[in-house]
Design a protein around this ligand. Structure first.
Ligand code: MN
Ligand code: MN
Length: 306
């Protein structure tokens, strides 16, 4: 029988890669051969994590074959999945996002929980299955949780995420605070990335009624060099918006240390943004103190104010 493919979302982040690797391992150990794949290029933070724990990148998968058995991790909206997911045989969903347009033809295994990271859900699945987590898998799982919760700073972080990291750090043999800060720093260094890619970082598409909008997020230690190029970023975002026919494009420029976000946007949407965040936007941006989470603090107010 063919292997099950375990896949995270497009523009993969450390959770989409780390949880795919961990989930494939758990499935294989419990008797169902599975293999992690990636839905796109690996980012710098994830590369740092893979290298730290001696793992190689999962193979790229750009389209599922019809009937391919698939486990989806860290996403459920079709637009975020590898192409062909509609005709694939999705056998399980393990996620921590709102349910979007997810539907299946038959009952499947679903574990969707309101925790900070997919890897936190998987940590409990390993416990339940009584499967020992090897060092490198533990390392990727804790990297995923640290990434999604920005080392426990994000409002999406729960007590379970923290407990999982502490347990995984023992298995991985790392000081999670020191390692986590180094990993976030590796991911936050955008100095050698072309500005065209800044606006694509971790970009996700969402539906507002019949229309689509996109929200990208750049998490950095210092936003000044990014915001100094605001005009250029707006131009690139507008080009991307019109190329895809989006209603609007957003770019969260998130300061990990100050715990705040400058939300840049393009599209004729000042009134929408003002309603969503109760702040008058200026020059295609709003300053949002305390905002770090797209999932909890950006997308819900936008959808609520459409
Ligand atoms: Mn993710
Ligand atoms: Mn995640």
């Amino acid at each position: 029988m063919n292997e099950i493919l375990v896949a995270g979302h497009k523009s993969p982040d450390t959770d989409s890669i780390g949880s795919a690797i961990a989930c494939a391992y758990l499935y294989t150990e419990t008797g169902r051969a599975a293999k992690a794949v990636r839905a796109g290029e690996i980012n710098k933070e994830t590369r740092f994590a893979l290298r730290s724990f001696g793992l190689t990148e999962p193979p790229l998968c750009t389209e599922f074959a019809a009937g391919q058995q698939v486990v989806l991790v860290d996403h459920n909206e079709r637009k975020q999945s590898i192409d062909g997911v509609r005709d694939a045989d999705v056998v399980a969903l393990i996620d921590h996002h709102r349910l979007g347009d997810f539907e299946t033809e038959k009952p499947i295994f679903i574990s969707v929980e309101p925790v900070g990271c997919t890897a936190t859900i998987l940590f409990r699945m390993f416990e339940r299955a009584q499967v020992h987590i090897p060092q490198e898998i533990a390392g990727m799982m804790l990297s995923a949780i640290i990434s999604d919760t920005l080392l426990f700073r994000s409002p999406t972080c729960t007590e379970r995420d923290k407990l999982a990291v502490k347990a995984l750090a023992k298995l991985a043999g790392v000081d999670y605070e020191e390692y986590g800060m180094n990993m976030l720093k590796a991911g936050a260094d955008v100095s050698d990335i072309p500005v065209e890619q800044w606006v694509q970082t971790d970009k996700k598409e969402f539906m507002a009624g019949e229309q689509t909008f996109s929200v990208a997020q750049l998490s950095v230690m210092d936003t000044a060099p990014i915001l100094a190029r605001r005009d250029e970023l707006h131009r690139l975002m507008e080009a991307d918006r019109s190329a895809h026919g989006y209603l609007a494009s957003f770019l969260m420029v998130t300061d990990i240390l100050q715990e705040e976000t400058e939300l840049l946007f393009v599209g004729d949407i000042d009134a929408w943004v003002a309603r969503a965040f109760a702040t008058e936007p200026r020059d295609g941006s709003v300053h949002l103190p305390g905002v770090m989470s797209r999932k909890k603090q950006i997308v819900p107010p936008l959808l609520g104010a459409v």
